[in-house]
Write a protein that binds this ligand. Structure first.
Ligand SMILES: Cc1cc2nc3c(=O)[nH]c(=O)nc-3n(C[C@H](O)[C@H](O)[C@H](O)COP(=O)(O)O)c2cc1C
Ligand SMILES: [Fe+2]
Ligand SMILES: [Fe+2]
Length: 385
């Protein structure tokens, strides 16, 4: 794949991985992107996960067509990108490794006996001239990891954005797919905690004239960049993207599920524009995290369990907590057969989050939903609608 005359895609699709980062289901796989800039000097932007190393090496050598690579820019040291760095140094022992001070610390942590003959340590704003192309390095600490930097190529106005603007899905399987759905799931689960560093990077990016974004996962973005930048601004500032109510339930024997679905119908009857219901025991938790961030309101309905809350709800709330979930309005429904404790436990986790409004009343159901529970649910629905 060509990005332009001189910028080539040499990344690979991974369609056989079971779980990305050992936790995210990727039914359509994932791509590890890597790029080559062909100029008087040749630069490689990142390598790939070692799962794709052989195919990447073939892509690289075919693209180089007998020429040697002069530089490798290491934007991110996570193994899905730097996993083939040692192999690259075997292929081109004289290559100059370009990174920042933190990059080199991590290279030595990951690769015990790596033999780097030549290195170039860059800092914010440093440039590297390749001939007609010039790279400017922009530090992006915590836009996933502390050593992350992005690279701007000024002659073609390309931003190599590291994990930023990445998306799940192998390129060969997702050519005509909507970008936002899997980019959003990727963003909130992988980068979500670091909204402030993403905001800082977006501010730096706004000073650049960008025509193309080349991320390390998912498609190269070239049309309508404002759309992607706007979504990233919304997501990283923890503002809801859509008006609607996300109902997540955790039910042992199905009674809490009945109440959650009945409550969803009530909200729809009251004219709420969008109501989405999920069973935390059976859904992809990463998808639930995505929806919790996407909508402006959330309802948590859970069974009490061992004087606490059913564990899958606790697990979900810990995921939200670790991704810095904030700025949302929440309703609580608990169920219990002798001493209901679910709401108290959910509230204690929500209390650690910033700017969460818990709407009254908190509704308690005893074992199964009954007609005399309806007024309290109606009241909660009215408070949330
Ligand atoms: C292992 C286990 C532990 C439970 N712990 C509590 C509890 O601490 N307090 C309580 O009121 N109910 C407790 N329950 C009862 C359930 O919370 C109650 O039956 C449930 O909310 C019914 O809703 P469901 O059909 O959605 O599971 C427990 C149930 C099980 C199976
Ligand atoms: Fe990463
Ligand atoms: Fe990555």
């Amino acid at each position: 794949m060509n990005i332009s005359e001189s910028v080539k895609y040499i990344g690979v699709d991974d369609t056989t991985i079971d779980l990305f980062e050992s936790q995210y289901v990727v039914p359509e796989g994932v791509s590890y992107n890597s790029y080559v800039i062909l100029d008087e000097k040749i630069a490689i932007i990142d390598t790939v996960d070692k799962r794709g190393m052989k195919e990447w090496e073939d892509n690289l050598l075919r693209t180089l067509d007998g020429k040697k690579a002069d530089y490798v820019i290491v934007q991110h040291m996570e193994p899905d990108h730097a996993g083939s760095l040692a192999r690259l140094l075997e292929l081109f022992p004289d290559i100059t490794v370009v990174g920042n001070a933190k990059t080199f610390v991590m290279i030595n942590q990951f690769f015990e006996n790596i033999n780097i003959k030549d290195s170039l340590t860059v800092k914010e704003g440093d440039t590297l001239n390749l001939g007609s192309h010039t790279l400017t390095f922009v530090m992006a600490p915590m836009v996933h990891w502390p050593e992350v930097m992005v690279t701007y190529e000024s002659s073609e106005k390309i931003l190599f954005s590291a994990d930023g603007f990445g998306k799940f899905g192998a390129l060969s399987l997702t050519e005509n797919e909507d970008w936002a759905c899997e980019a959003r799931r990727y963003y909130f689960n992988i980068v979500g905690k670091y909204g402030a560093p993403v905001q800082t990077l977006l501010k730096k990016a706004s000073a650049l004239d960008i025509k193309t974004i080349c991320p390390l996962h998912g498609p190269v973005l070239s049309d309508n960049l404002g759309y992607y930048l706007d979504l990233y601004n919304t997501w990283s500032s923890y503002q809801p993207e859509s008006k609607g109510i996300f109902i997540a339930y955790a039910s042992i024997h199905g009674n809490t599920a009945v109440a959650a679905n009945r409550f969803a119908d009530m909200l729809r009857d009251k004219g709420v524009e969008k109501v989405v219901v999920t069973d935390l025991s059976r859904c992809d938790i990463a998808e639930a995290v995505e929806d919790a961030f996407r909508y402006d309101r959330m309802v948590l309905a859970a069974a009490s369990y061992d004087a606490g809350v059913f564990p899958i709800m606790q697990d979900f709330l810990h995921h939200l907590q670790s991704k810095a979930y904030q700025n949302r309005t929440i309703g609580l429904i608990e169920n219990g057969s002798w001493a209901p404790t679910a709401a108290k436990t959910m509230r204690s986790i929500l209390d650690t989050m910033k700017n969460i409004t818990i709407v009254e009343p908190v509704v308690t159901i005893k074992s199964a939903l009954k007609e005399n529970d309806i007024p309290a649910l109606e009241e909660l629905a009215d408070a949330l609608k």
